[in-house]
Design a protein around this ligand. Sequence first.
Ligand SMILES: NC(=O)C1=CN([C@@H]2O[C@H](COP(=O)(O)OP(=O)(O)OC[C@H]3O[C@@H](n4cnc5c(N)ncnc54)[C@H](OP(=O)(O)O)[C@@H]3O)[C@@H](O)[C@H]2O)C=CC1
Ligand SMILES: CC1=C(/C=C/C(C)=C/C=C/C(C)=C/C=O)C(C)(C)CCC1
Length: 319
Amino acid sequence: MTALPLKNVLITGCSSGIGLAIAVKLAKDEQRRFKVYATMRNLSKQDDLVAAAEGCMGKTMEIKQLDVCCEESIKNCVSSIPDRKVDILVSNAGMGLIGPIECQTVDQMKTVMDTNFFGLVRLLKEILPDMKKRKSGHIVIISSVMGIQGILFNDVYAASKFAVEGFCESLAIQALKFKLQLSLIEPGPVVTEFEKKVYEDGLTMDLSAADKETAEMFTNVYLKNYKSIFQSLGQTAEDVAEHTMKIILAENPPFRHQTNTLYTPMTTLKYADPNGDLPIDTFYKMVFQHDKVFNASLNFIKLLRWRSKKSFDLGKPQS
Ligand SMILES: NC(=O)C1=CN([C@@H]2O[C@H](COP(=O)(O)OP(=O)(O)OC[C@H]3O[C@@H](n4cnc5c(N)ncnc54)[C@H](OP(=O)(O)O)[C@@H]3O)[C@@H](O)[C@H]2O)C=CC1
Ligand SMILES: CC1=C(/C=C/C(C)=C/C=C/C(C)=C/C=O)C(C)(C)CCC1
């Protein structure tokens, strides 16, 4: 029996979190269907990936430098891959930004757009022409539930993910003509470095440019609930990697895929009201009017997840 050719997968932002988990999951595929080019902007951050991918280095995985904000770095990376053949691109690199816009600089906002949106555009300008020539390829983008729906104090981050989604919706029509596939993966909260960085930046943010009511809302409503939301609704990076692998292996991959069933009641509100008021009113009520019910629900979910994890752990053989 002849082995199927390996699919070359290029993944961005593999120094931590979701990118690292996807790289490891694909490189450790028992059927060895993938050759993973795991990229990161700063190669000195590769230790966690190397440790997690034990046994795969130089076989099903290679680590390469790639900064999505630098065209030259993208060109060098793609040119170093045999025949520049990227069968699957996983555009994952990204960053968050929270807080009142009065307290953020336009330069900070531009960095978010440059990374989350133009980073994808730069990658595709380099990789899409080759895929079109070959009439094959799958572009997988780690978007977010915030590519569907804005969330309090995430104005610019949500805008960057909306930009990603609008761009991909347009491109997907052209891609069909070239037999290319595009899939947006839309996770809800995921417990990674992203969550920690964003929370710490929020805690140390200079709020003096905001009025008292806004500053209090950010600190006492948003930041106060932030950890609890991640503990109750949060997924692991490995969960998201598992969903991503299924989408990569699907015969007819969907254009959009949400990874978190606990979060879908929220995103469904968007499609339930063409006027767009329903999700905004619901979020408003959850935060400002029914916060006790909202917190009780989060605690209930936390308890259920803790209990199911506990019974799962008890079922495992002790090591
Ligand atoms: N965590 C969450 O709740 C959610 C995250 N997402 C999305 O998932 C993706 C991955 O985030 P996540 O794993 O959570 O967060 P992490 O912070 O753990 O990972 C982000 C990765 O992106 C890299 N990165 C940032 N800027 C650049 C750049 N200019 N060029 C190349 N790499 C870069 C980081 O590198 P470095 O280490 O050098 O900073 C890091 O490897 C992002 O697109 C994020 O928007 C979507 C939904 C929810
Ligand atoms: C659920 C919920 C909230 C917060 C949601 C959060 C914090 C989601 C984070 C998503 C992330 C981090 C996506 C990354 O791309 C609010 C607005 C407090 C109140 C209303 C209900």
